[in-house]
Design a protein around this ligand. Structure first.
Ligand SMILES: [Zn+2]
Length: 287
C-alpha cells in the first residue's frame, strides 16, 4: 500500500516538474519565425500584377507628403497603390508566382523619401514587363509615417523591433517567409553626418551570401559595403538569420527631403538587386 502511494507521489512530482519546466523554460529566440500566415487581403488584381495589404494597422494618406508626391509619376497603377495605402501596408506582386521570389522594401522609415520614390519608379518600369520569377514590392512600408515624413513609429524605431511579432516590419518578414522569398533588399536614406551618413550597401557578416549580394551591387554602383550594426531587431538581420539573404541599400539624403539623384541611386540598387537575382534585367540602368 505504502509502495503504491510512493509511486503515485513520485509520478506527481515528475509531472509537476515537467509542467514547471515547460512553462518557465527560456523563450525561443525572437528571431525565429514560426507565426501563422499574415491575413492578406487582396485589394486590386489584374493579369500583370496584384496589390494586397499585408498590415492593416499602418494606413495613411501619403498624398499629404507633398515632397514625395511632387516626385512621383502618378500612373493609374501608382494611384491604385496610394489609394490602397490608406488602409494599410500595400504590397504589389509582379510575376506569376514562379521562383525565384524576391522582395524589395522601401519606407520602413517614412521620412526617408528617395527609396520610396525609387520604388514607385520601379513599379512603373516593371508593369507589363517579362519577369523571370516573382517580385514583391513594398513601396511604403508604413504609409502613416510616410504621410507625415517621420522615422519613428509608436515611439520606437521600427527597424529595431523587426524581431517582435506584430510590429509592421515583423509582418513584412512573415509575409516574405510565407511567400518563400529567398532574396530581399531594404532601401533607406541616411542624413549627412548621421550613421552611416553616406551611400553604402550594408550586409550581415554572419551570412556570406549577404556579402556576395552587397558586393554585386557595390561593383555596379560604387557604393561601398559596410557591416550591419549589432542589433537583433533590424529587418535584414532577422531575414539573414531566417534563410532570406538580404542587404540594406542606403542613399545620402536629408530626412523629409530629396537630395538630387539620391532617388536614382536607390533605383539602381533595386535594378541591380533584380539583376543579381536573375529576375529582371534591362539595359537602361545608367542615368
Ligand atoms: Zn532608415
Amino acid at each position: 500500500m505504502n509502495k503504491r502511494f510512493l509511486i503515485v507521489g513520485v509520478l506527481i512530482l515528475i509531472f509537476s516538474g515537467i509542467f514547471i519546466f515547460e512553462n518557465f523554460k527560456k523563450p525561443e529566440p525572437a528571431e525565429t519565425i514560426k507565426t501563422p500566415p499574415v491575413n492578406e487581403s487582396v485589394a486590386q488584381a489584374s493579369l500583370e500584377y496584384k496589390i494586397s495589404i499585408i498590415d492593416n494597422s499602418t494606413g495613411g494618406d501619403i498624398t499629404n507628403n507633398t515632397v514625395l508626391m511632387d516626385r512621383i509619376n502618378q500612373t493609374p497603377l501608382i494611384t491604385e497603390l496610394i489609394e490602397t495605402s490608406k488602409n494599410g501596408t500595400p504590397m504589389i506582386t509582379i510575376g506569376d508566382g514562379s521562383r525565384p521570389r524576391v522582395m524589395i522594401v522601401a519606407g520602413v522609415h517614412g521620412g526617408e523619401l528617395p527609396p520610396q520614390i525609387a520604388a514607385t519608379k520601379l513599379v512603373n518600369t516593371l508593369n507589363g514587363k517579362k519577369i523571370n520569377g516573382t517580385i514583391y514590392i513594398i513601396p511604403f512600408a508604413i504609409p502613416r509615417d510616410t504621410a507625415t515624413s517621420t522615422r519613428i513609429h509608436n515611439k520606437t524605431d521600427p527597424n529595431r523591433v523587426a524581431n517582435i511579432p506584430g510590429t509592421p516590419v515583423n509582418k513584412i518578414i512573415r509575409t516574405s517567409k510565407n511567400k518563400n522569398v529567398t532574396l530581399l533588399v531594404d532601401c533607406h536614406s541616411t542624413r549627412p553626418h548621421d550613421i552611416p551618413g553616406k551611400n553604402c550597401i550594408i550586409y550581415d557578416p554572419k551570412n556570406p551570401k549577404s556579402l556576395k549580394l552587397a558586393l554585386y551591387i557595390n561593383n555596379k554602383t560604387k557604393s561601398p559595403v559596410i557591416k550591419v550594426g549589432n542589433y537583433s531587431g533590424v529587418l535584414t538581420t532577422v531575414c539573414n538569420r531566417n534563410n532570406i539573404t538580404s542587404v540594406v541599400g542606403e542613399v545620402l539624403s536629408p530626412h523629409g527631403k530629396l537630395q538630387p539623384k539620391s532617388d536614382h541611386l536607390a533605383y539602381q540598387y533595386m535594378i541591380y538587386f533584380l539583376d543579381y537575382a536573375g529576375v529582371y534585367t534591362n539595359d537602361n540602368k545608367k542615368p
